[in-house]
Design a protein around this ligand. Sequence first.
Ligand code: ATP
Length: 255
Amino acid sequence: MDQLILKVENLWKHFGGITAVSGYELELPKGAVFGLIGPNGAGKTTIFNLISGVLKPDKGKILFKGKDITHTRPDTIASMGLTRTFQNLRLFPSLTVEENLKVAAHIHTSYSFIHTLLSLPRLYSEERKTLERVETILELFDMQAQRNEIASNLPYGLQRKLDIARALMTDPEVLLLDEPSAGMNTQEAEELALTIKKIKEELDLTMIIVEHRMPFVMGLAETIQVLDYGSVIAVGPPSEIQKNPKVIEAYLGAG
Ligand code: ATP
């Protein structure tokens, strides 16, 4: 049996009278790529917010590497090795590509002044690690040529790539991607799909991808979960999901 890196049990979230997530379950084996799809408002982003600790569930349990993280802070969850991107870009627009990556490596670490002084030797060695990581990530994302460019001057497709690159600076084991191809043209999306395949292999990642672009997610994920009104209505390989009458109806009904 595959080792589960992430397990979600009976997760619920309400916003006032709206049930955004109702009884969501997930068993994510280490090394897997799952796709999470569903019509607008189905609850996909809320599930990412719950898993990454941005929101707390009304009910349910989330286990990461066997540890209960249901009520753990987002920065602690990130430092444990689970990180995510957001639908909207979270770049520092006036910093260069390289600076964006460096800042991302330290973003989850907060030191008091005295703590900083006491841990200077460790910070120096972390700085060395950060520089090495910057090179690895720039190479994987094929962005060495842009290292000194200001983020906001990059073409949109590269800005989205940089946003994912930033999420990888903390060396996560699990990466949640929230609509990574949003706003991209077809060529940019195809290039991004190749990059995602490459980083998955090279960095030994486990991933969940929320997407509206069907060819993109069907080409990347080996298992797709379909959500509708906060509940999973189908799970399976892309070939089966595409033919599933319940899935077709959920999408047509949402039009
Ligand atoms: P999309 O594909 O459009 O991004 P989604 O599947 O990610 O949609 P969510 O954003 O998770 O869906 O929203 C699920 C439901 O919860 C929707 O009805 C949404 O309006 C509601 N919702 C989400 N966040 C909040 C919030 N902070 N306050 C109130 N309602 C919310």
